[in-house]
Design a binder for this molecule. Structure first.
Ligand SMILES: [Zn+2]
Length: 118
Protein backbone atom coordinates (compact mmCIF):
# COMPACT_ATOMS: atom_id res chain seq x y z
CA UNK A 1 0.00 0.00 0.00
CA UNK A 2 2.80 2.38 0.93
CA UNK A 3 5.95 2.23 2.93
CA UNK A 4 4.05 0.74 5.87
CA UNK A 5 3.15 -2.90 5.64
CA UNK A 6 1.93 -6.10 7.14
CA UNK A 7 3.38 -9.46 6.37
CA UNK A 8 4.47 -12.88 7.46
CA UNK A 9 7.70 -13.44 9.39
CA UNK A 10 9.99 -15.52 7.18
CA UNK A 11 13.18 -15.36 9.22
CA UNK A 12 14.36 -13.71 12.42
CA UNK A 13 17.50 -12.71 14.24
CA UNK A 14 18.86 -14.76 17.12
CA UNK A 15 18.09 -12.07 19.73
CA UNK A 16 14.46 -11.63 18.74
CA UNK A 17 11.82 -13.03 21.10
CA UNK A 18 8.05 -13.13 21.02
CA UNK A 19 7.85 -13.78 17.27
CA UNK A 20 8.34 -16.89 15.18
CA UNK A 21 8.34 -17.85 11.54
CA UNK A 22 4.81 -17.76 10.14
CA UNK A 23 3.53 -15.03 12.47
CA UNK A 24 1.47 -12.32 10.78
CA UNK A 25 2.76 -8.90 11.83
CA UNK A 26 2.06 -5.26 11.15
CA UNK A 27 4.72 -2.55 11.03
CA UNK A 28 3.93 1.03 12.00
CA UNK A 29 4.91 4.04 9.93
CA UNK A 30 8.35 4.17 11.57
CA UNK A 31 10.69 1.48 12.88
CA UNK A 32 11.82 1.92 16.46
CA UNK A 33 13.43 0.24 19.45
CA UNK A 34 10.32 0.88 21.58
CA UNK A 35 12.45 0.98 24.73
CA UNK A 36 13.84 4.53 24.96
CA UNK A 37 12.35 7.68 26.49
CA UNK A 38 11.20 8.99 23.10
CA UNK A 39 9.30 5.76 22.38
CA UNK A 40 7.81 5.74 25.88
CA UNK A 41 6.43 9.24 25.24
CA UNK A 42 5.25 8.35 21.72
CA UNK A 43 7.46 11.01 20.16
CA UNK A 44 8.32 10.51 16.50
CA UNK A 45 10.91 10.21 15.17
CA UNK A 46 12.21 7.64 17.61
CA UNK A 47 15.70 8.13 19.03
CA UNK A 48 16.76 4.69 17.72
CA UNK A 49 14.63 4.29 14.63
CA UNK A 50 13.50 5.94 11.45
CA UNK A 51 11.45 5.87 8.31
CA UNK A 52 11.00 3.02 5.89
CA UNK A 53 12.64 3.18 2.50
CA UNK A 54 15.43 5.65 3.32
CA UNK A 55 19.03 5.47 4.55
CA UNK A 56 19.53 1.85 3.37
CA UNK A 57 16.41 0.62 5.19
CA UNK A 58 13.91 -1.35 3.12
CA UNK A 59 10.41 -0.07 2.44
CA UNK A 60 7.17 -2.00 2.29
CA UNK A 61 6.82 -1.95 -1.48
CA UNK A 62 9.22 -4.88 -1.95
CA UNK A 63 8.43 -8.56 -1.71
CA UNK A 64 10.53 -8.84 1.44
CA UNK A 65 11.58 -6.34 4.08
CA UNK A 66 14.47 -6.50 6.52
CA UNK A 67 13.06 -4.90 9.69
CA UNK A 68 15.57 -3.08 11.88
CA UNK A 69 14.73 -3.12 15.59
CA UNK A 70 12.09 -5.78 14.83
CA UNK A 71 11.58 -6.49 18.53
CA UNK A 72 10.25 -2.99 19.09
CA UNK A 73 8.76 -2.42 15.67
CA UNK A 74 6.62 -5.38 14.71
CA UNK A 75 3.26 -6.10 16.29
CA UNK A 76 1.99 -9.66 16.07
CA UNK A 77 -1.57 -9.93 14.75
CA UNK A 78 -3.92 -12.63 16.05
CA UNK A 79 -4.82 -13.88 12.58
CA UNK A 80 -3.47 -16.22 9.94
CA UNK A 81 -2.00 -15.10 6.65
CA UNK A 82 -5.22 -16.06 4.84
CA UNK A 83 -7.47 -13.96 7.10
CA UNK A 84 -10.17 -11.89 5.42
CA UNK A 85 -9.34 -9.18 7.98
CA UNK A 86 -5.91 -8.38 6.48
CA UNK A 87 -7.06 -5.39 4.36
CA UNK A 88 -8.67 -3.83 7.45
CA UNK A 89 -5.70 -4.67 9.68
CA UNK A 90 -3.36 -2.90 7.27
CA UNK A 91 -4.91 0.38 8.39
CA UNK A 92 -3.23 -0.20 11.79
CA UNK A 93 0.12 0.55 10.14
CA UNK A 94 -0.66 4.23 9.62
CA UNK A 95 -4.10 5.39 8.45
CA UNK A 96 -6.09 4.33 11.50
CA UNK A 97 -3.42 5.50 13.96
CA UNK A 98 -3.04 8.87 12.21
CA UNK A 99 -6.80 9.41 12.21
CA UNK A 100 -7.06 8.45 15.88
CA UNK A 101 -4.17 10.76 16.79
CA UNK A 102 -5.77 13.64 14.86
CA UNK A 103 -9.13 13.07 16.54
CA UNK A 104 -7.60 12.96 20.02
CA UNK A 105 -5.38 16.03 19.55
CA UNK A 106 -8.26 17.97 17.98
CA UNK A 107 -10.51 17.16 20.92
CA UNK A 108 -13.07 15.32 18.81
CA UNK A 109 -15.72 13.72 21.00
CA UNK A 110 -19.03 11.88 20.74
CA UNK A 111 -20.96 15.13 20.08
CA UNK A 112 -18.44 16.61 17.63
CA UNK A 113 -18.79 16.79 13.86
CA UNK A 114 -15.68 16.56 11.69
CA UNK A 115 -15.50 17.48 8.03
CA UNK A 116 -12.64 16.55 5.70
CA UNK A 117 -11.64 18.47 2.59
CA UNK A 118 -10.79 15.65 0.20
ZN1 LIG B 1 13.00 4.47 21.12
Amino acid sequence: MGHEFLGVVEDLGADLSGLKRGDVVVAPFMWADNTCDFCAEGLPPPRHGGQWGVHAVDGGQGETVRVPQAQGTLVKLPVGEDSALLPSLLTLSDVFCTGHHCAVTAGVGPRTSVIGDR
